[in-house]
Ligand binder design. Sequence first.
Ligand code: BES
Ligand code: MN
Ligand code: ZN
Length: 505
Amino acid sequence: MRLILTILIATIWGGSAAAQRSIDFDSDVRPGDAVIVAVSDVEAMSELEAVIGEAGLENIRRAMGAAGFEEEVGASASCISGAEPYGEVHLVGVTSDEMSARDWEDFGGRAATLAKATKAARVSVLAPGADQAAIADAAFGAMLGQYTFDKYKSEAEPVEGALVMIAPSPEAARTEFNSEHAHIAYAVKWARDMQSEPANELYPEEFVRRARQEFRGVSNVTISVLDVRDMERLGMGAILGVGKGSLRPPRMMITRYDGGETGVAPIVFAGKGITFDSGGISLKSNTNMWQMKSDMTGAATVTAAVMGLAKSKAPVNVIAIAALAENMPDGGAQRPGDVVKTMSGTTVEIMSTDAEGRLVLADAVWYAQEQFEPSLLVDIATLTGSVGRALSDEYAGLFTREDDIAERLMVAGKVSGEDLWRLPLHPNHKKQIKSLIADIKNSGTGSPGASTGATFIGTFVKEETPWAHIDIAGIDWLSEATPTVPIGASGFSVRLLDQLARDGL
Ligand code: BES
Ligand code: MN
Ligand code: ZN
């Protein structure tokens, strides 16, 4: 396979560098810049000559040789000195096959990662041959790839300098980026921030406060919040049961964006919002328990997806329901063996207080159907360790009764780069959740854990409701970085849901 090379040249090579750079667009590289260039292959690097001159190109060739650059996608090499008028050369390989939007994003993400290691005030990204859309895609990838969460560091690294995307007509590229990508990039960042927040800072009421703040001034958005009394009145015994063990009361937050035609049934996204999952009385072991601060990822991503759609004025009607509770083991906590009554009337025997996600979602999906008669109902949840073990950091698990809904979601996954893998919902799985003393119980005995969880939620979804359940446990928190997703909070499903909503148009 032929390769494209990407080269970054910089002035000053310093120690630690700026945490995040602003993304900008310009028509020319300046002497003293750090520069990133995309070339279709080593031979074709003469394309670069027009941009950086003969001497510059010669330096880059030397740098490639000295750094032992390998012709592989994602490979990089650096030349720190002797690349005047640029002080630093970095190379990144990208494919010379037709570059997809995703390839450009990855390139942008890699460039942003390299840019972190330089103190140069301006790091210019060059992609000869790339059109406007490709440059905007690369900017999007850079934005996603340079994400960091450092607000709790006493000495946060200063945000200084810009990552400058070089484009023939920078204003057009900027406009394309602003209209196509900026809002969604921000939504992903917001979701990641929420995931990363420690649970002593982020609890149900605080989630609501922060989300409200983000929607201030955004047109056609209506927010309503159910507090404990509202939920009691509605008979939401399942989410109330989960919240009982915490000093922080549960909430159900409904964010509605009406950007489409009036009367068109909305797509409803319901997200699991456990701001901390200790397991409750069925206490988890301490290994990795800290990560359960991100057990509210579903609530954050559904809310963020609606935020992105609303801010970009997409012509769709969508609703996010965030089912928020903290799962804690205090004296008021529910116990294994307890029986709760859900909003639907179905009674549930609690086998494990650690199977709490399906409980808060039972009331959320029922409420969604009663209130909104959704054209499509999608719930998003970090529901089971089982799906994390099966699909790891590559896919989220998709469960649905209908093949055409599976198809729709799989396509949205492909296009958005947030891939799904379908897992079964089999009538036999219902046997797993039969209870001796109540209608159903909240956890089965043994395998298949992910399908049992999905089946439990499905019990609260009417046959005629078009529904999909997406289990994002695992992929919500990456243990290895990808070009556009750093280690940690991934924001997974913001882009998927955004795509899904727009696909209907
Ligand atoms: N929040 C967890 C699932 C999870 C595990 C998410 C690891 C992300 C990483 C969920 O509430 C849970 O505890 N699930 C149990 C269910 C079991 C008790 C039926 C599980 O998967 O073990
Ligand atoms: Mn749990
Ligand atoms: Zn959980």
